[in-house]
Write a protein that binds this ligand. Sequence first.
Ligand code: NAD
Length: 373
Amino acid sequence: MLSFERLYSMGHEEVIFFSEPSCGLKAIVAIHDTTLGPALGGTRMWPYSSEEEAIEDVLRLSRGMTYKAAVSGLNLGGGKAVIIGDPKKDKSEALFRAYGRFIESLNGRYITAEDVNISVQDIDHIYTESNYVCGIAKASGGSGNPAPYTALGVFRGMQASATKKWGSKDLTGKKVAIQGVGSVGIELAKLVNEVGGTLLFTDINEDNIRRMKDQLPSAEFVAPEAFYDLDMDIYAPCALGATINDDTIGRLKCEIVNGAANNQLKEDRHGQELKDKGILYAPDYLINAGGLMNVSIEFEGWNDYKSRRMIDTIYDTTLRIFAISEEKNIPVNKATDVLAEQRLDSMRKIQTTYLGRGSDHRFPGTKVRHNKL
Ligand code: NAD
């Protein structure tokens, strides 16, 4: 149930319900924390079985975005939105334009983007009504498909993990097993292939398996059920969350877990269990932040070079997190939270300075927004 007690306990600033019966719009926006800047996070459309389930999802996802932006060094807060509905039946121009009008009414406190079941066309409809949307098509002046940039971040994380584990970022001959060769997985596979890694992969989608075989014929397909038992150096989960769990952890023979999937640990304690087994776990919500970094550049005028330079920072930040994990003797997932919270705390403290009447001190550090908006 949504209550102030619940919002206080998770740290949310604001939760907004939007409804427009004429087109069946039922949307919830959760703004978690705007210490670092306007809340940015995608909109997800899902046929939730209850409003309660939708609320839980949006609260959890928006909080995650605060941590992701904070650890990635972005001047953005955390937010997320859900539209309750069946994406196959309930989408319409009116629905997304109505939604865009509501997003506009938030005056930039929340900026939306694509998430599950939201297409570029849906984003375009939102953009017709609101400036506060990113991830728009390259043809409309946006940054386009984020997957190659997400994959680049995951690859930089992999190089940092290799440096930590083996003393060099060289992946030549290392067996990298990619679970899920969808939008991000195949791009990651190409990067690993370029540096001489040995590729193993699995998927359940025949088209994506065929595409992988056509584009990277040297990669070896492995059946999904045999994947966790593979002889591999790096396990790269790029399909689903929660694949590090009680059933799989004992089977893993890899030295590194480093993939794009969100929430790879089923429970927090699995981070400690990986550490106990000597498996290095790359911080998932940092290394998959390349897509977020990429869209954030739209506000200052997107270009590929700027985006890649920003994403390259994931290498150093990953190494910093490994250092915190070692110094404090805590698992990597906790060390990532520590780094994010340190940044949020320090930025909260500097906001007490009065800036005078002419300055926009509502969202410190986000001046670049004014160039676009
Ligand atoms: P996608 O849907 O394009 O690809 C996922 C792939 O995983 C598909 O090919 C699917 O068939 C496969 N798959 C699903 N279940 C599987 C199973 N049980 N075993 C093996 N393969 C299975 O998704 P994506 O955009 O490539 O994202 C991959 C992961 O990365 C997701 O968890 C996503 O949340 C996360 N992520 C993506 C981005 C992005 O920019 N796309 C950004 C951050 C995080």
